[in-house]
Every structure is written in structure tokens, then in C-alpha cells.
Design a protein around this ligand. Structure first.
Ligand SMILES: [Zn+2]
Length: 68
């Protein structure tokens, strides 16, 4: 009989579990609207359009009009 060598840690468990949830959830959209710019954004990720996360500008987004 096969016996597992090591215990699976919480990070590894959560990683696989999020994949299951993503696969099983038909009514759970992967992309949601950004609360700042209402553009498409993956939940729990920084918005790539405006660079906002949790109501704050976290990263600077390169735009065509902003000359730096
Ligand atoms: Zn945004």
C-alpha cells in the first residue's frame, strides 16, 4: 500500500483547492469588475488597468498619455 512521505502543507492545500473551486464553480466568474475603474480584474489581484488594490494605488500603470 502506498504511504505518503510528507504531510501536505496549508499553502499547497489551498493552491489545489482554489483550482478545484475554479473548476467546479460555473456561476463563479474568474474576472470581476474593478471597483475603481470598473474594468475587468481578477479578484485578489491588482487591477492591471488602473493599478488599484484595496482602494489604493499600489502600482504605477504605464499609459500612452502619461509622459514620464
Ligand atoms: Zn481598475
Amino acid at each position: 500500500m502506498a504511504l505518503q512521505k510528507r504531510r501536505r502543507g496549508p499553502a499547497r492545500t489551498g493552491h489545489q483547492r482554489s483550482a478545484w473551486m475554479r473548476k467546479s464553480g460555473e456561476n463563479r466568474p474568474l474576472v470581476q469588475a474593478c471597483p475603481n475603474c470598473s474594468g475587468p480584474r481578477i479578484p485578489h489581484r491588482v487591477c492591471m488597468a488602473c493599478g488599484f488594490y484595496d482602494g489604493k494605488a499600489v502600482i504605477k500603470v504605464k499609459t500612452a498619455d502619461a509622459a514620464e
